[in-house]
Ligand binder design. Structure first.
Ligand SMILES: Cc1cc2nc3c(=O)[nH]c(=O)nc-3n(C[C@H](O)[C@H](O)[C@H](O)COP(=O)(O)O)c2cc1C
Length: 335
C-alpha cells in the first residue's frame, strides 16, 4: 500500500462515505478511499449487525476500514475480524473524532489525552494485522497543547505505516481554519508518509497544502460531498493541466446514479432518509437550489427525490460549475 506521491484520499465521513459514494469518488479520481468509522466494540459484540460497515466492492480498492475504540484488545480483535471477513488494503485508527458519543468512551480524539493507551492500541493493532495500520490524528485536545508530533512518533514506533493529520484541536470541532503548519511539523518528525487533511476546497488548496507542508498525500472530506469530481480536478491541477468543469449534465447523471445505486445497495427506507441531504450537497451553489432542496426535503420516497433532481436539471440544463474557493459564486453560463 503506497501513501506517497500525492495520493488523493477520500476522508472517512460518518454517514456519507458508504460504498456508493466511495465508488463514485474512485471513478472520478480518488486514488484511495476510507470507510466511515466503525466501532471496534460493536464488531466484537455484534459482528453480524456491524458487518455492512466493513463491506465493499473490489472496484473501490484500494480501501481502508477505519476503526474507533479505546480498548487495545477489542481493537486487535476487530482488526482480525475485519481482515478475515473483508480483506481491506489497510486499517485505520480514528484518533481524532470530537463527537461526544465517541469521546465519552475514550475513543476518537480522547486518545490524544492518553499517550500510553494510544501506544498500547497501535501496538495491539499492528501485531494483530497483516495489512498496514494507519492512524488519523487531530493536533491537540484543546488550546495549543500540540500532541501531533508526539503521537505521530509513537504511531511510527509501534509500526504504523502512515499518519493522517487533521490539524484542528478537538475543542475546535470544525470551526476556524486547520493549522497547516502542524502538518509540516509532523512531516519533519516522522519518516512514514504523512497525509495532510483539512480545508481543501479548491484544487489550488491542494497544491498549496503540498507546497507549504511537504506532506506526502492529501485527504479530502467535506468538499467532496456532492462533488466527487474534485479529485479529478485536483489531479489535473497538480499536473498543470486545465481543470475540468462540471456540467449540469454530469451533475444530473451522477445524482441519478447515486440515487439508483444507493437504493439498490441499502433499500428504499434508508435511501429516502439519507439521500435528501446527500443529494442536497450536489445542489450547493446552483441556481434554484433552494426550491430543489425544499422538494428534496419533502420527498416521501426516492421517486420523488428523482423528480426533484429532474426538475432542477430542467430549470438550468446549460450551467457549468467551475471549482471556486469559498464564498464566491460558483456558476457561469456555458456557451
Ligand atoms: C459529517 C462528518 C463525518 C465525519 N466522520 C469521520 C469519521 O468517521 N472518521 C474520521 O476520522 N473523521 C471523520 N470526519 C472528519 C473528516 O474525515 C476530516 O478529517 C475533516 O472533515 C477535515 O477534512 P475536510 O476539511 O477535508 O473536511 C468527519 C467529518 C464530517 C464533517
Amino acid at each position: 500500500m503506497d501513501f506517497h506521491n500525492n495520493k488523493l484520499i477520500l476522508a472517512p465521513l460518518a454517514g456519507i462515505t458508504e460504498r456508493v459514494f466511495r465508488r463514485l469518488c474512485r471513478e472520478r479520481g480518488a486514488d484511495i478511499v476510507v470507510s466511515e468509522m466503525v466501532s471496534a466494540e460493536g464488531i466484537c459484540r455484534n459482528p453480524a449487525r456491524n458487518r455492512h460497515y466493513i463491506e465493499f466492492s473490489t472496484t473501490e480498492r484500494p480501501i481502508g476500514i477505519q476503526l474507533f475504540g479505546a480498548n487495545p484488545r477489542s481493537l486487535a480483535d476487530a482488526v482480525r475480524y475485519v481482515e478475515d471477513e473483508a480483506h481491506p488494503d489497510f486499517i485505520d485508527l480514528n484518533s481524532g473524532c470530537p463527537v461526544p458519543k465517541v469521546v465519552r468512551k475514550n475513543g476518537g480524539s480522547a486518545l490524544l489525552r492518553d499517550a500510553r493507551l494510544f501506544e498500547r492500541i497501535v501496538s495491539a493493532m499492528t501485531r494483530a494485522a497483516t495489512v498496514p495500520i494507519t492512524v488519523k490524528l487531530r493536533s491537540a485536545w484543546s488550546g495549543t497543547d500540540w500532541v501531533d508530533t508526539t503521537f505521530a512518533r509513537i504511531a511510527q514506533e509501534c509500526g504504523a505505516a502512515a499518519v493522517a493529520l487533521h490539524p484542528r484541536t478537538r475543542a475546535m470541532g470544525f470551526s476556524g481554519h486547520s493549522f497547516w503548519g502542524r502538518i509540516a511539523e509532523v512531516k519533519a518528525a516522522v519518516s512514514v508518509p504523512v497525509i495532510g487533511n483539512g480545508d481543501i476546497i479548491h484544487p489550488n488548496d491542494a497544491l498549496e497544502m503540498l507546497e507549504v507542508t511537504g506532506c506526502d498525500s492529501l485527504m479530502i472530506g467535506r468538499a467532496a460531498r456532492g462533488n466527487p469530481w474534485l479529485f479529478g480536478q485536483i489531479r489535473r491541477r497538480l499536473k498543470g493541466e486545465p481543470i475540468q468543469t462540471v456540467t449540469a449534465q454530469m451533475r444530473y447523471e451522477t445524482m441519478l446514479e447515486h440515487i439508483t445505486s444507493y437504493r439498490r445497495e441499502h433499500g428504499e427506507a434508508r435511501a429516502v432518509r439519507e439521500l435528501r441531504s446527500q443529494i442536497g450537497w450536489y445542489l450547493k451553489g446552483t441556481p434554484h437550489a433552494a426550491v430543489a432542496r425544499e422538494r428534496l426535503f419533502s420527498a416521501a420516497d426516492t421517486a420523488q427525490i428523482e423528480d426533484a433532481v429532474e426538475e432542477h436539471f430542467r430549470s438550468a440544463p446549460n450551467l457549468t460549475k467551475k471549482p471556486q474557493r469559498q464564498n464566491t459564486s460558483s456558476f457561469s453560463q456555458e456557451h
